[in-house]
Design a protein around this ligand. Structure first.
Ligand code: F6P
Length: 360
């Protein structure tokens, strides 16, 4: 009897998810699996919304943004009853292998689905693939979608810089990332921003307002016509709230700087995946399916060039990919968001220092 493998995308979509689905289907088929797509993430598992997938269905998907399988946030899956129902649907369809492509919440679901204390005797092997523009997943250098999102933000900032210079204005540009400031940090360097604000720096709103106002005063002294302030979504004040406070501080110092706000929002999540996202997604898809075929269960394929995460093993399929236990991925993700991991501290320190040196 042929082995059967399900694949789903879950949580916020990320450019490159389709490239990962494509790789799962192509590699899975090659390794002798019947591959089944699950529509609309975990909701589709509960509804048994399955579709057979073969190479012809996915071959042109490498360049498409969004996710061909659809995605959803599924509150029912957070309950044990929901997950029991999902396991029954999988068993009924004889699906004993599953690849979950998604972010923190999706990988948490994957871990719960395959947890020995929940699944009992059911044979179910799950592999995760990190996909989230936020880059907030532990033990992977990159998640699928991050590179494209960075390119989208930099392109938007370049455009904003043109109009900012024309009108002698300061722009506060808010970028997505949920609680993680990585997109703001990295794009502030790439876009040549003047100030970057992210939650991980642990600064009060007053400090942030002071830093922005000082920077604007400094730029005026130097005769610079435009200013670009990139603010991470996770900073504890909204972009409009920050503008109001900065305007008040500028008025107090009799500095005539006109400010504007642009919230990039979901634009950052869309679009054709970059070459890097296509490459990383394809290689992670390959590594994940090979891991399942080799008998791994409950692991995430991680993008780890040159650095093996603690407790992980290298993928037999790809020397840039590691296989990390999902428990360890989730623990490291929590440390990353709480700024308790070396990686999170490194990010916060380095980008804060760069901010001062490059007048970012
Ligand atoms: O996790 C990806 C992400 O785009 C975050 O950056 C953002 O905070 C969130 O999802 C938005 O979620 P939704 O699309 O449900 O509004």
């Amino acid at each position: 009897m042929r082995k059967r493998l399900a694949v789903l995308t879950s949580g916020g979509d990320a450019p490159g998810m389709n490239a990962a689905v494509r790789a799962v289907v192509l590699v899975g088929t090659e390794l002798g699996f019947d591959v089944v797509g699950v529509r609309s993430g975990y909701q589709g598992l509960l509804d048994a919304d399955f579709v057979d997938l073969g190479p012809a269905d996915v071959i042109d998907q490498i360049r498409q943004g969004g996710t061909m399988l659809g995605s959803a946030r599924c509150p029912a899956f957070l309950t044990r009853a929901g997950r029991d129902a999902a396991r029954r649907r999988l068993a009924d369809a004889r699906l004993d292998h599953l690849v979950v492509i998604g972010g923190n919440g999706s990988l948490t679901g994957a871990r719960a689905l395959t947890a020995p204390e929940e699944r009992g005797e059911q044979q179910l092997a799950v592999a995760g693939i990190p996909a989230s523009i936020d880059n907030d997943i532990g033990h992977t250098r990159l998640a699928i979608g991050v590179d494209t999102a960075m390119n989208t933000i930099v392109e938007a900032c370049d455009k904003i810089a043109d109009t900012a210079a024309a009108h002698d204005r300061a722009f506060i540009v808010e970028v997505m990332g949920r609680d993680c400031g990585y997109l703001a940090m990295a794009t502030s360097v790439a876009a040549g921003a003047d100030v970057v604000l992210f939650r991980e720096a642990g600064k009060t709103v007053e400090t942030l307002v002071g830093e922005v106002t000082d920077a604007l005063a400094d730029l005026r002294r130097k005769g610079r016509r435009r200013a670009l302030i990139i603010k991470a979504e996770g900073v504890q004040v909204s972009a409009e709230g920050l503008k109001a406070k900065v305007d008040a501080a500028l008025a107090e110092r009799a500095l005539a700087v006109e400010t504007r706000v642009t919230v990039l929002g979901h634009i950052v999540r869309g679009g054709r995946p970059s070459a890097t996202d296509r490459l990383v997604a394809t290689r992670l898809g390959h590594a994940a399916v090979r891991a399942l075929a080799d008998g791994h269960r409950g692991v995430m394929a991680s993008w780890s060039p040159g650095r093996l995460p603690e407790g992980a093993s290298w993928s037999a399929a790809d020397p840039r990919c590691a296989l990390v236990d999902l428990d360890e991925v989730l623990a490291e993700t929590a440390r990353l968001i709480d700024v308790e991991s070396p990686e999170a501290r490194w990010r916060a320190q380095v980008f804060d220092q760069m901010g001062h040196v490059l007048r970012l």
